[in-house]
Design a protein around this ligand. Sequence first.
Ligand SMILES: [Zn+2]
Length: 233
Amino acid sequence: MMKRIVDSLLDLIYPRVCEVCGRSLLRGEEVLCLHCAFDLPRTNVHNDPFNTIHRRLATVSVPVERAAGYFHYYREGGYNDIIHRAKYQGRPSLMRAMGERFARELESDGFFDDIDIILPVPIHWMKMIRRGYNQSAYLADGISNVTGIPVGDNLRAVRGHSTQTSRSDFSRWLNARSVYCVRDSAKLAGRHILVVDDVITTGATMIACCNAIISAVPTVRLSVLSLGVAHMS
Ligand SMILES: [Zn+2]
């Protein structure tokens, strides 16, 4: 309830303009104008049963079933600003809106068929206090709004990781290990879980989450989804 009120207030503060090109949004347009929605650099990888996300998650201890990423996360082009604003500029409702949009596009391809629960990648409570929200939880809410699949809070971040920006891929991977744990694991037994995160880069965070889930509940099935898919250099 409180979240809704805050979101509505923020919607009043922020003018209704396209987050990419800045044009005023027409009635029925949300976050993106029709033009920028059309030009969104969609990955469409979810149609490929072994795509770039699967490859990044190859070290997960059971095969990841379905993997979807909404758009290519380029440095230029303006679309990455949506994620940046959601994450660092106090506008997580952008994540929910993009989650709804992506879910509507994926639904007709059967991506969500037989998925039982959505688990957002968690953030450590210290980061939660600093930022005030977990952007991936908003993404999960958006997907849930469209699909009706419930969102769980079983994934927990048990220790914060230090800033990852200046580290090598390998030390990022090491750094992100063992950060996640699962609570109420019995409730996840035999379920098909969709793990969601804002951006997939090396896959280290997603690998750590998936492996934490599997070691707690070996009977789960796993699929993953992110909004942005960063290119590997
Ligand atoms: Zn636009």
